[in-house]
Design a protein around this ligand. Structure first.
Ligand code: MG
Length: 380
């Protein structure tokens, strides 16, 4: 099996709530997502999706996905998409860094591997653990009262885990955490995610002020060292996210006892191949994980479901269903939330079909120089 074509479609994903706000006044109202297709001479096509959380969350931006794909795609024609380690090595040789650009191609090749073998990605990633995957709901940064009101609404829909977007004014953040925790059940889990928004002294003030509350603290400060300093002065369960962008940082943070939970995002790490490597190491080390992505629609949600469902339940802290946050359906067959949970598809690959009406014409289309049927061994 050989890659004969790599193409991409741009799709806008407006938010159900109108906007999504987090630390430092950052906000998005319409997400700019890229659906990547990898086609082979057999006629099988695999799909992936990359959707940065705006241009100011990680070193990633939506137009960069497409620019990177134009750079990378010609180097991959003729390669076997089922040989994922080789394919990733080829991508890393052709383009240094830019993990998020590679993520969509890697996920599309996992989709192809699943379709070629007749197996869901979940099975290929190690097997299905449990019946379903528990979800969290991210709560956009608003006034404490409004965030508590939203949590009550999502709780009524079945969610039991919530991630508050804090990282704003520390005094208001303390109120946000208190207002929301007060209306949760003792068994509900609450995460205060500052998304790097606090300075070190602000973070220390917040964790002291909510010391009596059952709340996890996620990525309080910009640098790893600042987070580590906060971590060493608090007994709240601690989550690292933005700082852990690969194996090296994971191992360093583990050795420093810098976190209790790590947030793994598929596109932050560069696709399912690299996320699986980090995930499996976390399982071996007994480290719990939030398994998700930066953002996305139905294709991303399907990939998250396969990753999460193939992770042992005791180490699966939370995941999320991005397709329920947006108004556009970019694929059919993706998991749909049921009472705060979702399930990975049992169909081959991701188990999705692109919704072409939502996608429109391709914005990238890189094919073999030779006719695919006449010359299956097409080269770069
Ligand atoms: Mg986070």
């Amino acid at each position: 099996m050989k890659i004969t074509r790599i193409f991409a479609h741009r799709v806008e994903l407006p938010l159900v709530e109108g906007s999504y706000k987090w630390s430092g006044g950052k906000s998005v109202s319409v997400f700019d997502s890229t659906i990547v297709g990898v086609e082979t001479e057999t006629g099988l096509v695999g799909y992936g999706e990359v959707c940065p959380l705006g241009p100011f969350y990680l070193p990633a931006y939506a137009a960069g996905v497409r620019t990177g794909l134009r750079e990378l795609a010609p180097h991959l024609l003729g390669y076997d998409p089922r040989e994922l380690t080789k394919l990733n090595q080829r991508m890393d040789a052709a383009l240094k860094g830019h993990a998020y650009v590679k993520s969509g191609i890697d996920v599309a090749c996992w989709d192809l591997l699943g379709k070629a073998t007749g197996l869901p990605i979940c099975t290929l990633l190690g097997g299905r653990f449990g019946d379903q995957v528990r979800l969290y709901r991210a709560i956009s940064q608003e006034s404490p009262e409004e965030m508590a009101r939203k949590v009550a609404g999502y709780r009524a829909e079945g969610y039991t885990r919530f991630q508050l977007k804090v990282g704003g004014d520390p005094d208001i953040d303390i109120e946000r955490i208190r207002a929301v925790r007060a209306m949760l059940a003792p068994t509900d889990r609450l995460v205060a995610d500052a998304n790097t928004g606090w300075t070190q002294h602000e973070a220390l003030r917040v964790v002291r002020a909510v010391r009596d509350m059952d709340v996890y603290i996620e990525q309080p400060c910009l640098t790893y060292e600042e987070c580590l300093a906060v971590r060493r002065h608090t007994d709240h369960p601690f989550v690292l996210d933005e700082n852990v962008d690969g194996l090296e940082m994971l191992l360093r943070a583990k050795a420093d006892l810098a976190m209790d939970v790590v947030n793994l995002k598929i596109s932050k790490l560069g696709g399912l191949t690299k996320t699986r490597q980090v995930r499996d190491l976390c399982v071996s080390m007994g480290l719990a994980m939030t398994l998700e992505d930066s953002w996305g629609g139905d294709v991303t949600t399907a990939a998250i479901a396969h990753l999460a469902h193939s992770t042992p339940e005791e180490l699966r802290f939370t995941s999320t269903d991005f397709n329920s946050y947006v108004t556009v359906c970019n694929a059919s067959g993706a998991p749909q939330r049921m009472n705060g949970y979702m399930r990975a598809s049992t169909a081959p690959g991701l188990g999705i079909q692109p919704n072409w009406d939502a996608l429109g014409p391709p914005v990238i289309d890189v094919t073999s120089h030779h006719d695919a049927a006449a010359s299956p061994a097409a080269t770069v």
